[in-house]
Design a binder for this molecule. Sequence first.
Ligand code: CAO
Length: 492
Amino acid sequence: MAIEEVKVPDIGDFDEVEIIEVLVAPGDRIEPEQSLITLESDKASMEVPATLAGVVQEIKVAVGDRVSAGSLILTVESEAGAGGDSSADSGAAVESRSTPAASATAAGSGAGSDTAADAGEAGGGATAVRSAAASGPDDSSSSGAPSGSSGDGAAAAEAGAAASASTTASSTAQGAVAIDRDAHRAAHASPAVRRFARELGVDLGQVSGSGRKGRIRKEDVKAHVKQVLRGEAAAGAVPGAASGAAGSGIPPLPQVDFSQFGETEQVPLTRIQRLSGPHLHRSWLNVPHVTQFDEADATELEAFRHAMKGEAEQRGVKLTPLAFLVKAASAALAEMPRFNASLAADGENLILKKYCHIGVAVDTPGGLVVPVLRDVDRKGVWEIAAELGTLSSKAREGKLAPGDMQGGCFTISSLGGIGGTAFTPIVNAPEVAILGVSRSQTKPVWNGQEFVPRLMLPLSLSYDHRVIDGAMAARFTTYLARLIGDLRRLVL
Ligand code: CAO
């Protein structure tokens, strides 16, 4: 038994490299090849493995320290005696960064070559440098597989796809799931695999390793991500890796074989449903929703509308309450421009729109579509009613062009022709508010002296709480209700 010093080996051009992980503690029994610390420069990550077996006595470094070749890492009570293992297999596993410049630097330093045999002993240190892979590395170096294999491109593409899925979801759900740091640290994986896992937000503690002695390989991480995307792995292991529930950290729904309970039939979703579903889901996950309910007195409006029925027939236009609501909404948007806005991509600015295009949800046999009426602030109720008729017919016949459904500032979803008392519509992001309209009903309303029958129209305003606060929303529906209650205000 002897006390041996373990030092940072020759690590090529790298100098004053930061320690990002200390992987052992005093009293730990270590084996040759076991990783002791992880170094990270701006060009590469390196793992410094043990060169001898023994028991760690004293750790001479800490996370955040900067070390160079020859810096003392720790002391070990060695089992094999002095000298350590000077085989080519011992040394720092170097993982180059994925940027081409970094790869070039790593390769140029001599640290980018692939095989253990390439490295040999360098500088007479306790360990020799061994490179893992120059680009897209994984622990294949431990099995002697060359780096930069043809699989790397595919791996990078796949990683990119997974990473972008992760980014998408983190911006939708903001649902970062805590990684079990202890389990993650204890996992048997190379720095390259750790980095790969870190980029994807994968908790290595949840990944089963298929390598030697259970070592986790890049393929294992990819397989794990795929599992999570399919909803098979523990929820949340990949924060927000998919637009689906599992990737958002939301526990996935169990798959149920309903036929065990009775006869079933499987029918496909319509094309519109397949397209609108993800959009609704995105809006639902991205936008912190609140719904403000109110009622507008539509008694006079309905009386006026009925009085105009003859003229509407002459014009060949169907005049429903909706045309008035579109006009009233445009006036309310002009009064409160914050509702005619979208959050800028930086999340720190609002884009106020100086135009007023209003989308109207239309129920079609294929599913829900939202054609947009343009410049409604410059149009009268007749024109709006006529356009509503044209657009909803086009929608039901499946003849809307993509341009007919773009550019909306605000949406109205009217279920008044069908029924119901209130509902909570989903904001049509990137818009910041949507007005739901339910069926009007005659109700007794106290006028200060007596109850009088009034036709009350239920309004449900869902809004993006990041942009609109509750008081503002209540002012909006109050203002809108006032316009609906007294149409004369619309011309002021
Ligand atoms: N209260 C009472 N009656 C109402 C009403 C209300 N709020 N809104 C409409 N009506 C009446 C209309 O006046 C019409 O009656 P009359 O023929 O006697 O005048 C009848 O209901 C049917 O109206 P409509 O539905 O044909 O016309 P509309 O202008 O109200 O709506 C459209 C047009 C395209 C929006 C509607 O047909 C539609 O598709 N609605 C469903 C929208 C939807 O699915 N939203 C849910 C999306 S999830 O957020």
